[in-house]
Design a protein around this ligand. Structure first.
Ligand code: 9MR
Length: 726
């Protein structure tokens, strides 16, 4: 992000880095405000030895109004204490940053306290990069009304001991804090030093013991690094609320035995999409507290999605790509992720009859089309609009993505994004992704809107043909400025998935031949994670097994899904937290919660194919992890469970940064533990974390705590399954 008019002051030579070295010059504002700078036209006044400014109202971004100091030397790996005293008109926010004073204005550390009377603020962080051009800044913009801000004793001290972050994990007995299904398995995990069985009790809301037994020692759990035992109270099935499990002197968080929560979740996990919509005002009457102006509809300061050019040199036309869903906490729209998301939602529709009747309270509700299809159509229209028009070079191929030219900061409502929007080059992956989901859409929407079904199938056929003619236009990893790269160098899986969907919809032999000839058709596609935006072969395989068709060798296709499910079952049994996911080297992936849930989709598919309760039960046990039976003792779904994720990374559900904005809506899934902790905030807190502990519920942690359309699709699919089978 840009800081306006930085007044550069002659750089003092970098001091030698000994212990506890102050980097800020004149942080106490002794007689002068030098060498601090401020935004042009914003005088700093000295009042009682404090630096004060009158912040104008009516600016958009935090950085539109700022004061700060430049030329601070910062050393990678060194820990710093950033502290200051600040006061402001009640309820206003200062974004206090340590960052890079020059382009690309990286932010190394930031906090956004809500101000009031003069208060001392102090934070410790570990610096991620070397620079001689560091900056401390106090960003004050984004307020509708004018206000007054004062700061004093600004300090950035190097050489301090790194802060040791210890998460608050509450009671050591870990349960599904939402609900166990009465007829399902019921297991808990207790973290303990004991290595012999411990007595446990199940208590009802009145505190009466309703079941008891002994736990099973499981040794040190790899995914958490802690010694644990498991508790099985599956024989107890009386519905109720306020149950607890007691063991080793600890009482679990309360939970229900019942099904009501999953009926609600089935709707909430899908209602999530309406407030992700681009190109339409969100109606506050439909989502109280979430109403907002339409984003990216060509109203300033938006540059709009109605007439979007390509990146320089990529194409000579513009496309109208309004609509669709924002991908995640950013304002980008990416075909491969939009496609797998829409596929999973349409798959939910194809596999769950009950979901067709669920009301999502969206503008289209009541139009005689199931709400789930109306919501998915919002994205499908966008995906179709990304296809290169007839007559243009690479016609029929699909642009990989459209997003801002540069990354924006937080918070930023969609309609306030001032960045130019750009189409990025076409890719084989995006083209096949559209082919797959548009082919699926053609069969799903046919009863409701034959004309749309016809159009979707034509687009799918065109895309598939174009991809065959351009089989290696690969989205590169380097294309990650202003939006995610969604790079993918292997597309045999997308070819397989697209051929499978086209075959399932048309029954045509040429597509069957492509399915049968694909190396993916006989490969073991059920790896540590079953499918995601980059690995789509399992999506094709699951549909071939589930959707009626006459493919030669269908028995083996179905058997392969059951074999895949057996794999996840074995993984789950080996884990004391019951997670059907055991990544290589215990390295949890980005968005791991969605991978856990997608592996459960394979288990659920095996249940639908065989009717064997063991697969249904495995799904229910997997759910426990998502809802609190985990090392952090928290639910990863906002609004579900005694303690749940609240501060998912998002530019508009940014309550943590601006009290006037909401938290994410109930039913929003956080990405979850990510061993690679790519963001500086997670690095400052979690370096050295083990598996499940690599997560933090902070809006700054975009690599562990983002919300995303593809992740919620996994939650939605599974919540419909659970509601159906319980
Ligand atoms: O979910 C994506 C994950 O699998 C990738 O490893 C990661 C880095 O490329 O990107 C994730 O997707 C993000 C996307 O690039 C931009 N919008 C937010 C997405 C979720 O974090």
């Amino acid at each position: 992000m840009a800081v306006l008019t930085a007044l550069l002051v002659g750089g003092a030579a970098a001091p030698a880095l000994a212990d506890e070295v102050e980097q800020v010059r004149n942080g106490g504002f002794d007689g002068t405000t030098d060498p601090f700078w401020s935004t042009a036209g914003l005088p700093i006044t000295l009042v009682d030895g404090q630096a004060c400014v009158d912040v104008p109202g009516g600016t958009t971004n935090r950085w539109d109004v700022a004061i700060g100091q430049n030329d601070l030397p910062l050393v990678a790996g060194e820990s710093y204490r950033f502290s200051f005293d600040a006061a402001g008109d009640a309820g206003h926010v200062v974004r206090a940053i340590v960052g890079l004073a020059v382009s690309p204005y990286d932010t190394y550390f930031e906090q956004s306290p809500v101000l009031g009377g003069l208060t001392h603020y102090s934070y410790t962080f570990t610096q991620s990069a070397d620079t001689a051009q560091g900056q401390v800044g106090f960003q004050l913009g984004g307020s509708a009304d004018p206000w007054h801000f004062c700061v004093d004793n600004v300090s950035l001290v190097g050489g301090v001991p790194p802060e040791v972050y210890v998460p608050d994990t509450g009671p050591r007995v870990r349960v599904n804090q939402v609900a166990y299904v009465p007829s399902g398995p019921k297991t808990a995990t207790v973290v303990t030093t004991a290595t012999t069985p411990l007595p446990w009790q199940l208590k009802n809301a009145a505190g009466a013991v309703v079941a008891r037994g002994n736990s099973t020692p499981r040794g040190v759990d790899i995914s958490s690094g802690e010694n644990v035992q498991t508790i099985d109270f599956g024989r107890y099935s009386r519905p109720g609320t306020g149950y607890t499990v007691v063991a080793d002197g600890e009482t679990s968080r309360p939970f229900d035995i019942g099904t009501a929560a999953y009926d609600k979740l089935r709707a909430d996990a899908l209602k999530f999409y309406y407030t992700q919509r681009s190109g339409i005002a969100i109606d506050n009457a439909l989502r109280p507290g979430y109403g907002r102006a339409a984003g990216h509809v060509d109203v300033a300061p938006n540059q709009g999605d109605g007439n979007v050019p390509c990146q320089a040199g990529v194409c000579d036309y513009t496309l109208d790509v309004r609509g669709g869903w924002y991908d995640a906490g950013d304002h980008g729209k990416y075909v491969v992720n939009g496609g797998i998301t829409t596929w999973e939602i349409l798959s939910e529709y194809e596999r769950s009859h009950a979901v067709r009747k669920v009301s999502l309270a969206i503008p289209e509700s009541g139009n005689r089309v199931p709400d789930i299809l109306d919501e998915a159509r919002w994205e499908l229209n966008f995906l179709l609009s990304m296809q290169v028009p007839t007559g243009k070079p690479l016609a029929g191929m699909v642009h990989h993505k459209i997003h801002d030219q540069s990354w924006t900061g937080l918070p930023l409502l969609p309609d306030q994004d001032p960045q130019p929007r750009e189409l990025h080059p076409v890719s084989t992956a995006a083209t096949l992704n559209l082919a797959a989901v548009a082919a699926q859409a053609a069969r799903v929407y046919r009863p409701y809107d034959p004309a749309f079904a016809k159009r979707a199938l034509a687009a799918a056929r065109t895309a598939y043909t174009a991809a065959k003619a351009n089989p290696a236009l690969l989205a590169p990893e380097s294309d990650g400025v202003g939006g995610g790269a969604y790079n993918d160098s292997k597309v045999s899986d997308e070819f397989y998935w697209a051929a499978a969907e086209l075959y399932l919809t048309t029954g045509e032999k040429s597509y069957a031949n492509d399915v049968l000839a694909s190396p993916e058709h006989t490969a073991d596609v059920f790896g540590a994670g079953a499918f995601d935006w980059a690995s789509t072969a399992a999506a094709g395989r699951l549909d071939l097994a589930a959707i009626p068709n006459k493919l030669p060798g269908l028995k083996a296709v179905k058997a392969s899904v059951v074999t895949g499910a057996e794999k996840y079952l074995a993984v789950q049994k080996a884990q004391a937290y019951g997670v059907p996911y055991a990544p290589n080297n215990n390295s949890y992936d980005w968005g791991s919660n969605s991978i856990v849930l997608n592996n459960m989709v394979v288990l659920a598919s095996a249940y639908q194919l065989t009717g064997k309760p063991v697969y249904r039960n495995a799904v229910l046990t997997g759910l426990d992890y998502v809802f609190g039976r985990n090392a952090l003792n928290q639910s990863y779904v906002t609004g579900y469970g005694e303690v749940s994720s609240q501060n998912e990374h998002s530019r508009w559900y940014a309550h943590q940064l601006d009290p006037a904005l909401p938290n994410p809506p109930a039913g929003t899934l956080a990405g979850g533990a990510n061993s690679s902790i790519q963001d500086p905030y997670a690095q400052s807190k979690l370096t050295g974390c083990v598996g499940q502990f690599c997560y933090i519920d902070d809006i700054q942690s975009w690599s562990t705590n983002e919300e995303a359309i593809n992740w919620n699709a996994a939650l939605a699919w599974i919540s419909a399954f659970v509601a159906d089978v319980s």
